[in-house]
Design a protein around this ligand. Structure first.
Ligand SMILES: [Zn+2]
Length: 349
């Protein structure tokens, strides 16, 4: 590390003042994502810079994103008072108005987190830096935290992403398709024959709606059916859009409301006008994450994994520093999720 970068860090001057103004920058000039990841401008934040941060610097960075209007000066989360005292030994705040205590992460998606702020930023840097996702076991080994902490923390990040994407609207050309995941059955000690339920029945469908050159929305449904497909389209696709779908009969009803173009995969994958290749790419990314990164995805958390993958898909041509800060913003602006508070205390294993 040279002297110049020594001066720049916390974290690389807060990722160059959030890449000078924060308009989302996507590089669509390169032929494919791998080529983009090789370019130097895709690498604006090295995780090693985050590992070197002091706890105070990490605290300051997170405070600036938690309270952007006051440049990191705390605002009481209970009464809105701006006169709060920092209790330095505990890095918590006490409100001068209502006298209540709160921390940097109170009532955010990280509510109840006991990790050091620097360690959390390190987790987030690794999460942002891995284009295909990262497993909790890998995080626990990289940062030297327990597997349980890593598991819950990653799920809190995923839940925040899922919530943040729940109101996205798509327009223009939109591709739609479904694919099936999950259905893992824990092996039992008993004999196998005739006792295992069908894995296929437990699988759930991830319905993906991808706007060409735009965002991706995912919905977890039992299987592709007309009711759920129409409901997802009405909720997330603006009227006047053109929808591309395959020959599955559940998409027939879309013709009544949208201009819909179909491609029959029995004959070809593109006829020059209609294709669903982009949404198939999303499906294959989630499939490879399931097989190669997470090894199994519980149907209970499938929606979170699908949203995480949709976020990664949408940011596949965005530099890692920008993704890091954006994720931190999402996590600190999302409300606390009760499902993940004290998760391991509720479980016997
Ligand atoms: Zn207060």
């Amino acid at each position: 590390m040279n002297a110049k970068s020594d001066v720049r860090s916390p974290v690389c001057q807060f990722v160059d003042d959030y890449i000078q103004g924060c308009l989302l920058d996507e590089d669509r000039t390169v032929a494919n994502t791998v080529d983009y990841l090789k370019r130097s401008h895709s690498k604006t934040l090295a995780p090693k810079e985050v590992f070197r941060l002091s706890e105070a610097a990490a605290f300051e960075i997170m405070a600036k994103l938690r309270w952007p209007d006051t440049y990191g000066e705390p605002i009481c989360i209970y009464c809105g008072c701006e006169r709060c005292y920092l209790i330095k030994t505990r890095r918590t705040f006490k409100c001068a108005g209502c006298r209540r205590h709160f921390s940097l992460t109170s009532q955010t998606a990280l509510h109840g987190m006991r990790l050091q702020y620097r360690d959390f930023l390190a987790v987030l840097a690794l999460f942002a830096n891995n284009p295909k996702g990262i497993a909790a076991l890998q995080i626990s080994r990289d940062i030297d935290i327990s597997y349980k902490s890593a598991f819950v923390l990653l799920h809190k990040i995923r839940e925040a992403i899922d919530l943040n994407r729940s109101n996205l609207m798509l327009k223009g050309e939109v591709e739609i398709d479904g694919s099936y995941y999950g259905g893992y059955i824990r092996p039992s000690n008993g004999g196998r024959e005739g006792k295992w339920p069908s894995r296929r029945r437990r699988k759930k469908c991830v319905l993906a709606l991808v706007q060409r050159d735009g965002p991706t929305v995912t919905k977890v449904i039992k299987s592709e059916n007309t009711t759920d497909v129409l409901s997802a389209a009405f909720m997330h696709i603006l009227p006047g859009s053109v929808i591309y779908a395959d020959e599955h009969k559940s998409y027939d009803a879309l013709h009544a409301r949208y201009e819909t173009r179909r491609i029959n995969h029995r004959w070809s994958y593109s006829d020059g006008i209609a294709c669903t290749n982009i949404v198939e790419s999303y499906n294959s990314r989630l499939r490879r994450a399931e097989i190669g990164k997470y090894h199994r995805i519980s149907e209970r958390y499938l929606s979170s994994y699908a949203s995480e993958c949709a976020y990664r898909w949408d940011r596949r041509r965005t530099d890692n520093g920008r993704v890091f800060v954006e994720l931190l913003e999402i996590v600190l602006s999302s409300p606390a999720n009760r499902n993940w508070l004290g998760y391991w205390q509720k479980r016997s294993d």
